[in-house]
Design a protein around this ligand. Structure first.
Ligand code: ATP
Ligand code: MG
Length: 692
């Protein structure tokens, strides 16, 4: 098994590129990947010296135990939390094999606990009540606020009491449509406190998307705010909620309570449309409630939340997470993947409308008593230096973001970064897509001054927490590789027939056996859960992603398998070709799709966004094609380069290749729903540029 082998112990401290050595498996992986494979970035002695897991040996020892004795490994960790009653004899039970019956995953069943209690009361009771829980940074520079753990607990209790008063009970769903105000984590925690199931809908989704989710989970209450400013733009959230509620009422789903926070920084309440009896201002009622509230104790397997996946690939799925396992898993992954210390100030740029905001803005950090930044605004407002301004202002030590943001800041130029100190930074993190090696290096060298390890965390809404991730300080990194599995995770790369591949290989990324943070079902559709995730490769959880493992056992995510392109029998991951294009100094972003090709079966069609100020020319086109030829091989050379001033992205910043495929194959009447795009107008722009 590759992972037990040690990476070659070269002695490097900075990024170096040794492109000539080991061009192994060049056809399957592409030479680009093969040469990246040998590039090792070692943690500094200083960093490793203070790291929680300071060596590969220590990791291997812990990993081995987590696989050989999952019950012992995880119950030792779980014991550090507060349980009103301990779980039963069986720490976990599972069936991941459709051939053996229904899929079932349970962890700590019979254990009675509450995740809000563990996030807040437990920290207050252990003397951390005066520690800052949340620093809130508003859209406009200069507007900010903060809450200590004690203050946060009081606010949560007030809302919890209000919700109970309007009849929200254990097991009821509450839909939350809020921007990144402190009230968003407050709402999540208040629901958890009373055993209600929150379903946060990213406050950028359209009224149709919101209505669809309301109709699916039939909530007891909806919580929103009147408006929000993101960058220079005001968005009237309450109006969107009104439309969604009218829509769901047509299907017989009527909502009795719409609690609305007055977000004065965006708009005063007077201008808000109102439905008496249903709508109520948060500020008029919630502050009147007592600041303490009894906890509703729940079973470890009682549902905590429902979150609909972003929908990059079709109808959204209501991913259901339960309480105990999720609690233990998010807390542990946060602690190790960021090498968390109590003195850290942690900033994750994700919105709580996504899983990252659930597991790594709210629950994971707060279970560790961390100080968290909640940022309302847009990362490039008023200019692309805003992130580093915030880093300096709060002395952020752990900074976690997405490749799409890294690439856009890289495009804006280094000056926006280097004018800030960033001295406080210790660890950087990435999630959401494979991070291209060139973006990785920029993040590492420019943002982190070649000093901060990068945790490239691979995971999914479905997995609840990190699955494959570096542990900073424990082993050398390879730019673009998520490196090794987290404790308790057994990744399996399988071929088309579901045969597990060993050693150096590439194929479909699956997971054998459960981990505590795994989702338990798709809400109201257990059959779809089994069909989508467990039937494709019986015996395994199938992630939907492609992956390869190199000779050192490092894992490289190659993108969704639906996006794999087959050119003359060569299976090429979109991520590979995109990385090669982005490594060209004048290309800032690329999205590659397959199109029908008479001879090759499929041809490669590449959409490219150029660096600021660079004009598109025939010469540049050729040079982009040459870059791919050189790095991967002639078979991967794009047949068509399509200039894209902007790319269609989901609101979580992921490229929607489904739409690009239609544009590439000129099936313009089959574009489908484009309303969930962050900026639907880019589609028309791309169509207009089709023939240029
Ligand atoms: P949907 O499932 O609705 O299409 P989605 O998959 O984009 O949406 P998420 O659960 O937020 O929704 O994203 C998980 C996916 O993001 C992974 O399956 C993978 O494709 C990609 N991903 C996340 N982190 C990484 C990473 N570090 N490296 C590579 N890919 C990543
Ligand atoms: Mg997905």
């Amino acid at each position: 098994n590759g992972i037990w082998r040690h990476p070659c112990p070269m002695n490097m401290n900075v990024v170096t590129s040794s492109r000539s050595s080991c061009p192994i498996n060049a056809v399957v992986l592409g030479e680009a990947l093969a040469s990246e494979e040998s590039e090792l970035v070692f943690p500094s002695k200083d960093f490793s010296g203070q790291a929680m897991v300071a060596s590969l040996e220590k990791y291997l020892e812990m990993y081995k135990r987590s696989i050989e004795d999952p019950a012992g490994f995880w119950s030792d960790i779980a014991s550090q939390f507060y349980w009103k009653e301990k779980w039963g004899k069986q720490v976990y039970s599972e069936n991941l094999d459709v051939r053996k019956g229904d899929i079932k995953i349970e962890w700590f069943k019979g254990g009675i606990t509450n995740i809000c209690y563990n996030c807040l009361d437990r920290n207050v009771e252990t003397g951390n009540g005066d520690k800052i829980a949340i620093y809130w940074e508003g859209n406009e520079p200069g507007s900010d606020g903060s809450l200590t753990y004690s203050q946060l607990l009081q606010k949560v209790c007030q809302l919890a009491n209000y919700l109970k008063d309007v009849g929200v009970k254990k097991g009821d769903a509450v839909v939350v449509y809020l921007p990144m105000l402190m009230e968003l984590p407050i709402t999540m925690l208040a629901c958890a406190r009373i055993g209600a199931i929150h379903s946060v809908v990213f406050a950028g989704f359209s009224s149709e998307s919101l209505a669809q989710r309301i109709m699916d989970c039939k909530p007891k209450a909806v919580i929103t705010c009147n408006a929000v400013k993101r960058g220079p733009k005001v968005i009237y959230l309450k109006g969107i909620v009104d439309t969604a509620l009218a829509e769901s009422a047509k299907s017989g789903i009527s909502i009795d309570v719409c609690l609305t926070y007055e977000n004065q920084s965006a708009m005063m309440r007077g201008e808000t449309k109102w439905q008496e009896g249903r709508d109520i201002w948060w500020q008029d009622v919630v502050p009147k409630y007592p600041t303490t509230c009894e906890v509703e104790w729940v079973d470890a397997e009682d549902p905590l939340f429902l979150l609909y996946t972003s929908g990059s690939t079709g109808k959204p799925k209501g991913v259901l997470h339960t309480t105990g396992g999720y609690m233990v898993y998010t807390a542990t992954t946060f602690k190790y993947a960021f090498d968390y210390k109590p003195s850290d100030v942690y900033w994750c740029t994700a919105d709580c409308g996504w899983i990252t905001g659930h597991s790594y803005v709210t629950y994971g950090p707060m279970l560790n008593g961390a100080t968290v930044i909640v940022f309302e605004g847009a990362p490039s407002y008023p200019d692309p230096g805003r992130c580093w301004d915030i880093v300096d202002k709060y002395k952020v030590t752990l900074f976690y973001t997405a490749p799409t943001l890294v690439r856009s800041l890289m495009r804006a130029g280094d000056e926006y970064v280097t004018r800030y100190s960033r001295k406080s930074l210790r660890v950087l993190g990435s999630v959401g897509e494979p991070i291209n090696p060139s973006a990785w290096r920029w993040f590492f060298n420019v943002v982190g001054d070649s000093r901060c390890p990068i945790s490239d965390t691979w995971w999914q809404t479905e997995t609840g927490g990190f699955m494959i991730t570096p542990l900073p300080g424990a082993w050398p990194q390879k730019p673009g590789s998520a490196t090794f599995p987290f404790f308790g995770v057994q990744p399996a790369i399988v071929d088309e027939k579901g045969l597990k591949l060993e050693g150096e290989c590439s194929g479909y990324l699956c997971v054998k056996s459960s981990w505590p943070g795994a989702f338990r079902t798709l809400y109201g559709d257990h059959e779809r859960y089994e069909t989508t995730y467990f039937k494709p490769f019986p015996g395994y959880y199938f992630s939907g992603d492609g992956c390869s493992r190199d000779k050192d056992g490092y894992y490289w995510l190659t993108g969704r398998v639906d996006d794999v392109i087959n050119v003359s029998g060569h299976r090429i991951g979109t991520a590979e070709v995109e990385s090669a294009l982005v490594s060209h100094p004048q290309c800032s972003e690329a999205a590659v799709v397959g199109v029908e090709h008479e001879v090759k079966g499929q041809g490669i069609y590449a959409f490219v966004t150029l660096a600021d100020g660079v004009p598109y020319s025939e010469e540049l086109r050729k040079s982009l094609v040459v870059t791919v030829r050189k790095q991967i091989g002639a078979f991967a050379a794009p047949d068509k380069i399509h200039w894209a001033p902007g790319l269609p992205k989901t609101r979580s910043g992921k490229i929607m290749r489904r739409i690009l495929r239609k544009i590439a194959s000129r099936q313009l009447d089959e574009l489908g729903d484009t309303s969930t795009l962050a900026d639907p107008s880019v589609v028309d722009q791309l169509i207009a540029l089709s023939d240029s």
